[in-house]
Design a protein around this ligand. Structure first.
Ligand code: TK8
Length: 351
């Protein structure tokens, strides 16, 4: 009897002793259902991450890089499943899925989110940044971070900004070199009031729509034109349905890296750190890839037969003048101090 009792006691105490001696990993790694929390604090998780652009676009390359880094930092336990080309829906739909907790990550343009976080609208003001360096300085500086802090109240966590880039106009009617050339053009815009009213002020006839509908709308001539960075125009093959490309660089659009707060709050500090670091490292990679691709895309689009014209700084200034009543109106709506901060930080970045 005594021997049996002794064996039972050893059976009960041995795992506890092993656990205290830090041998918990063997007991819990990869096995499910163990009562002891894994010493490493990393669970086996599958993370659905969707974007609207194609896999070959620098944003798609950046998302794949993110998945690699997360797998490497988590020993393969955190598995990011990437979805491209709006397989999970457009920017707004995927952002709503994050808020509902049915999707974990998306990286939309800030523009379609302005209905939810109005202050993001300051990035829709035209001709704010002269180059990517200035955009990085504002987005990665106190102002960009301040806007990310508004996300948790919307059930979203923002881990930083990636690059969509400087937008340019394509259309099937004629070159656009000066404000009068916008007259009557049916232009697809993002679902964003600043863009809509800016193109109206220029005399165009804007139609807001989700990005996933743009190619078909151009092909069926429902709209005459659209505007996007060169890498997107190339990756989405808009040259197949658009004859003219006018290099206007009229707005710099950021992507914002979003995580569902419902998902985020379940993560251990270690898992959160892994996602934060991976989003930053993949973001730096994505910005570089986007800039390289934008350089190359212009030559490729010309080679594909697009008729390309550059818009002179004088004519860009004329466009900005015409749009000024619109940006003055929205500066009041978004907060004039926020807009002033943005222009002050741009000035600092120019020094
Ligand atoms: C892709 C969109 C796209 C944006 C647009 O999901 O809608 O034109 O520029 O990049 O976010």
């Amino acid at each position: 009897m005594k021997r049996r009792l002794k064996n039972v006691l050893i059976g009960l105490t041995l795992p506890a002793i092993l656990l205290m001696a830090g041998c918990g990993n063997q007991a819990s790694s990869g096995t499910s259902g163990t009562s002891a929390a894994p010493a490493s604090g990393i669970q086996e998780r599958t993370i659905k991450a969707g974007i609207g652009l194609n896999e070959d676009h620098p944003e798609g390359q950046g998302l794949k890089k993110f998945a690699e880094i997360v797998a490497q930092k988590s020993g393969g336990k955190l598995k990011v499943q990437p979805y491209f080309a709006a397989q999970l829906g457009d920017d707004k739909k995927m952002t709503e899925a994050l808020q509902a907790g049915t999707q974990e990550i998306t990286i939309p343009s800030t523009s379609p989110l302005v209905g939810m976080i109005k202050e993001f609208g300051i990035f829709d003001f035209p001709f704010v940044f002269n180059n990517e360096k200035e955009a990085d300085a504002v987005l990665d500086g106190p102002l960009g971070q301040k806007l990310l802090e508004k996300l948790p109240e919307h059930n979203l966590i923002g881990l930083g900004y990636w690059e969509n880039g400087f937008r340019n106009l394509t259309n099937s009617k004629h070159p656009v070199a000066k404000p009068e050339d916008f007259q009557g053009l049916k232009i697809r815009t993002m679902q964003n009031q600043v863009h809509l009213e800016a193109f109206q002020a220029l005399g165009a006839n804007p139609t807001p729509m989700a990005f996933s509908e743009v190619f078909t709308a151009l092909e069926s001539k429902t709209v005459d034109g659209q505007e996007n960075p060169l890498a997107t125009i190339k990756s989405s093959k808009f040259n197949e349905v658009q004859e003219y490309l006018s290099v206007t660089k009229h707005v710099y659009t950021p992507f914002v890296f979003l995580v569902s707060k419902k998902f985020w709050d379940k993560l251990s500090p270690e898992e959160q750190t892994i996602l934060k670091e991976a989003a930053a490292e993949a973001g730096a990679f994505q910005r570089e890839a986007n800039r390289a691709e934008n350089q190359k895309a212009l030559d490729d689009l010309k080679a594909a037969g697009m008729k390309v014209n550059e818009v002179t700084p004088e004519e860009m200034a004329n466009m900005q003048e015409i749009i000024k009543p619109v940006t003055d109106k929205f500066a009041k709506e978004f907060g004039e101090d926020l807009v002033k901060q943005m222009y002050d930080q741009v000035k600092q970045a120019r020094q």
